[in-house]
Design a binder for this molecule. Structure first.
Ligand SMILES: CC(C)(COP(=O)(O)OP(=O)(O)OC[C@H]1O[C@@H](n2cnc3c(N)ncnc32)[C@H](O)[C@@H]1OP(=O)(O)O)[C@@H](O)C(=O)NCCC(=O)NCCS
Length: 211
């Protein structure tokens, strides 16, 4: 059952079976190279599951992103992935077909009501506006339902797509830590962005007055 929906997506709670899709994502270097600060090596088995569970179970909000069935045509198939659009019949095949990624908020110090945001979309779905849809929803839910005061995030300086998504959703640049991540034989900066409740509400008013 969906917890919430956006134009193309359903946002739902995590299921045990989702671990298989996280395994795919955590072994996709295109994703790991833009998110993971540690050593990029093959991941799997019980230790990967344990680490993931530790990270996800401490979240204030975790949503699994599922693409609505009518939008599966937006998927770009990987060259090495067998195309089997006509053979999708079983429920678990549909689960695999529709899994789009996840978004998460952590609230390390509840007193301050400052959450940190993270999102990951499976590469097959990139460029469809999904991250923007989900980020808009999380920001709205964070301020209007979870009573957050501030949402913060950080990103690899090389991650132009993430930076663009966050700008589109009202996050402002707050700083740059120089040469933080070692990637592709060179140092990469870390960008810092955030949005506070009053700016969120002002933006919401401004958008409403335009429409
Ligand atoms: C970053 C990520 C979340 C974007 O997801 P997505 O669903 O493709 O994003 P959207 O389609 O909503 O928007 C992408 C925007 O970035 C733009 N973009 C894409 N590549 C870009 C680049 N190299 N530089 C600048 N902008 C770029 C797109 O044109 C689009 O902007 P537009 O709508 O103004 O045209 C996705 O690539 C991802 O999950 N990457 C791996 C994990 C990750 O990096 N997470 C963020 C960690 S901080």
């Amino acid at each position: 059952m969906a917890f919430a929906t956006t134009k193309h997506l359903k946002l739902r709670a995590m299921r045990d079976s989702d671990h298989a899709y996280f395994d795919i994502e955590e072994n996709d270097q295109r994703v790991m190279r833009t998110t993971f600060p540690g050593y990029i090596v093959p991941k799997g088995g019980s230790s990967a599951k344990e680490q993931r569970e530790k990270f996800l179970s401490s979240a204030l909000l975790l949503v699994i992103i599922e693409v609505k069935k009518e939008y599966t045509g937006l998927r770009k198939w990987d060259e090495d992935e067998e195309r089997k659009e006509n053979s999708v019949k079983k429920a678990e095949d549909w689960d695999r077909e529709l899994f789009g990624g996840f978004a998460v908020l952590h609230l390390p110090w509840p007193k301050n009501r400052e959450a940190s945001f993270g999102i990951s979309i499976l590469t097959q779905w990139w460029g469809n506006g999904f991250a923007t849809e989900v980020t808009e929803w999380v920001v709205q839910h964070g301020f209007e339902q979870l009573n957050l005061h501030r949402i913060s995030l950080n990103f690899f300086g090389t991650n132009g797509a993430a930076k663009r998504v966050y700008e589109k959703c009202g996050f402002v640049h707050e700083g740059l830590k120089k040469k933080v991540f070692w990637l592709d034989g060179q140092w990469v900066d870390e960008g810092l962005m955030g949005i506070v409740d009053e700016d969120y509400l002002e933006r919401k008013k401004a958008l409403a007055s335009k429409s």
